[in-house]
Design a protein around this ligand. Sequence first.
Ligand SMILES: C[S@@+](CC[C@H](N)C(=O)[O-])C[C@H]1O[C@@H](n2cnc3c(N)ncnc32)[C@H](O)[C@@H]1O
Length: 240
Amino acid sequence: MSIVVEPVNRRLPAAAATVPEGPRVNLGCGPVFGENWINVDGSRRARLVSRAPRLDRLLVRLGLLRPSTFHPGVVYHDLRRPLPWKTNSVAAIYAGEVWEHFEYPDAVRVTCECHRVLMPGGALRLCVPDGVEFWERYLSIFIEEQAKDRAHQDAARLRAHVQMYFDDICTRPPGLRSFGHYHKWQYDEVQLMDLFTRCGFEEVARRAFRDSRIPDIGAIERSDFLIVEGIKGAEQTSPR
Ligand SMILES: C[S@@+](CC[C@H](N)C(=O)[O-])C[C@H]1O[C@@H](n2cnc3c(N)ncnc32)[C@H](O)[C@@H]1O
């Protein structure tokens, strides 16, 4: 008897289908502004830039703020609130390095909201840091160091990795810098695909960098991390 083991990081072949015509939304855009996209961000600075651009410019001139990385066309919206589009009205949604900034229950709500606003055949595409890669790296350093004799083991390499986790990934920075700038969850392929499925998405699969049903994804996708895409099925109503 032979056992067939599927590759862990299997990805679908290049996307052939495409999404319907309609609005495309870039959620948690940060400084990445797509010209033919609705670019949305919920940070305080996005709010200032979009709602009071003259005040923002004045504060920069007075040296009270650094120049903003937000484009003046950014739409301010805190994604933890219901999305500001009608049911079945959006053709595609992309979010690069955003979902890890939500508490898990918020991530479920936002994902289901995306399902609600998407048109049948519309796609949601999420890119997040891959927790598996992070901990694989930790494990490989550990195995290398453990294999050495005690006198040559270098615990500093492991400390540096742990430090990065607590300093750069999951520690809440103090005061006003806290909004959205630290991670509140960590994903892997299994969890992320499950999140799509539990919100009703179909044809959920891991995708390669910039390989998408969504035309023009190259304008806004800039990280080759863990990327998953799914569509809202043709006959579906949203679960919520
Ligand atoms: C790491 S940046 C990603 C920027 C860009 N999408 C990219 O691919 O580089 C995360 C962005 O998500 C935004 N964000 C985090 N939580 C948010 C929320 N609850 N509502 C709206 N935007 C949020 C932050 O303000 C920030 O601009």
